[in-house]
Design a protein around this ligand. Structure first.
Ligand SMILES: NC(=O)c1ccc[n+]([C@@H]2O[C@H](COP(=O)([O-])OP(=O)(O)OC[C@H]3O[C@@H](n4cnc5c(N)ncnc54)[C@H](OP(=O)(O)O)[C@@H]3O)[C@@H](O)[C@H]2O)c1
Length: 412
């Protein structure tokens, strides 16, 4: 019954992330992407199509009654990317792609939506991404009733899994763990924060700081353009060049350092310039690998030090905890798939029977306006009105009969 549901997907599990680009559309938004998806739908004769591309997964969820075989899969990916080789798709030892059909496709969709299949288990970002992808494909008219029903159920199932398991508990990102540790220290109400480095990691840090209303932030970066970009995107603090750091005399309560430098950026000599006569304890957070705060800064000064190794150990422990919950989450997902069966069957039945009310109405109209027209014209108004009421009553009762019978039949 679920046989029409199919998924072709390529993920971090079976291919290198740098190769993922071969299996997705180079056009990633707007009319160009829509054109490519419409073409794929037409060429492969798909009834419905939904497309999801993230940094570690591309997923084609489609509805088609036809059998999907080796040739179909190759034609499919060649329509996506004409330069792709058969070897890329099927590999010599292991296929880059995975194919799921029927109940297995629904199970896979539910697992992806609930982030059980994610690189970082329990990361809710995928739920947002998949809802957005569906919303876009629906708006573009690429999907219809089958995918709508499966997606509604997938989202419901994911919420149930987050609520009834602990897969989303305990932070697994080093940045969120560092921020938790920072919040547990005794910082003043509006702490002065120095952010050294303005790459991806510190951009995330800045977003956290903003969410806690810590906006007294100076961002020092080697290139001022990048610190300015961070300040503008996150709408926080002030941008500075790293070369201005030695002359900073405004003091600070917390310094968060994260750059790709391979030598310490914060040497003890620089640190002494920054603190001057200030002997208050400072919170130092170093998220860089290798460390960017020289060891002697930590050992020779009044500091509370939060460093990346300890956070990584904690992140791995938390991830292991989430993975343990995967067993329970998978069982719950299987149960959700079983619940989806009768709901889908009922919907199919409704679709099969949806022409009945129209036909009954048409029979009534034909009887009254043509077959019995002459006899009806001879009746007085009161009798005519009574007859019409009776016909309407019959019409409504008749419409309910097949639906009721079908529902009863489904129970057996
Ligand atoms: N903890 C984790 O889980 C985690 C995750 C990701 C990264 N990291 C570590 O965090 C560090 C940065 O990662 P990222 O993803 O934020 O990197 P990124 O986005 O590539 O940014 C690199 C940053 O480092 C600066 N930088 C590079 N070389 C420098 C140098 N010699 N002196 C001063 N600044 C320099 C760059 O400045 P310009 O703009 O001037 O180039 C830029 O601000 C790395 O050590 C990485 O290993 C840790």
């Amino acid at each position: 019954m679920l046989q029409g549901f199919k998924i072709l997907t390529v993920t971090h599990k079976h291919t290198k992330l740098q190769d993922l680009g071969k299996y997705l559309f180079a056009e990633n938004q707007g009319d160009e992407l829509l054109g490519r998806l419409e073409n794929l739908k037409q060429v492969m004769r798909l009834e419905e199509l939904m497309y999801l591309a993230t940094c570690n997964r591309v997923l084609y969820f489609f509805y088609v009654e036809n059998t999907v075989d080796h040739k179909f899969i190759l034609d499919f990916f060649r329509t996506v990317n004409p330069t792709i080789e058969e070897q890329d798709v099927f590999g010599s030892e292991m296929s880059a792609h995975s194919f799921y059909e029927g109940e297995a496709a629904i199970f896979h969709l539910f697992k992806v939506t609930a982030s059980i299949d994610s690189m970082v288990v329990g990361e809710r970002e995928i739920l947002r991404q998949i809802r957005e992808a569906y919303g876009q494909c629906q708006q573009w008219g690429l999907t219809d009733d089958n995918i709508r029903l499966a997606m509604d159920f997938a989202v419901r199932s994911a919420k149930n899994i987050y609520a009834n398991t602990r897969i989303g508990e305990k932070p697994v990102s080093v940045v969120s763990l560092a921020m938790q540790k920072m919040l547990a220290t005794e910082l003043p109400d509006s702490p002065k924060i120095l952010l050294v480095g303005a790459g991806q990691t510190n951009t995330l840090v800045a977003k956290f700081l903003k969410s806690y209303n810590y906006t007294n932030v100076l961002v020092f970066n080697r290139s001022i353009e990048r610190s300015q970009k961070l300040v503008d995107t996150v709408e926080i603090g002030e941008a500075k060049s790293l070369s201005e750091l030695p002359s900073h005399r405004g003091g600070f309560d917390c310094m968060i350092v994260c750059t790709a430098a391979t030598e310490p950026v914060i040497t003890n000599a620089l640190y002494q310039q920054l603190i001057g006569q200030d002997n208050e304890q400072k919170i130092l957070i170093d998220l860089s690998i290798p460390h960017n705060i020289a060891e002697e800064v930590v050992t020779r000064n009044n500091t509370q030090y939060i460093e990346i190794e300890g956070l990584r150990v904690l992140a791995n422990e938390n991830l292991a905890f989430r993975r343990q919950e995967v067993v329970k989450a998978t069982e719950l997902t299987q149960a959700e798939v079983k619940t989806f069966h009768p709901i889908y069957r009922q919907r199919m039945l409704e679709r099969a029977l949806q022409h009945i009310p129209k036909e009954i109405k048409a029979i009534k109209a034909h009887a009254m306006n043509e077959v019995f027209k002459k006899e009806l014209d001879l009746l007085d108004d009161e009798t005519k009105a009574l007859l019409e009421r009776m016909m309407l009553y019959m019409e409504r009762r008749c419409i309910g009969i097949p639906m009721k019978a079908a529902k009863e039949a489904m129970l057996y």
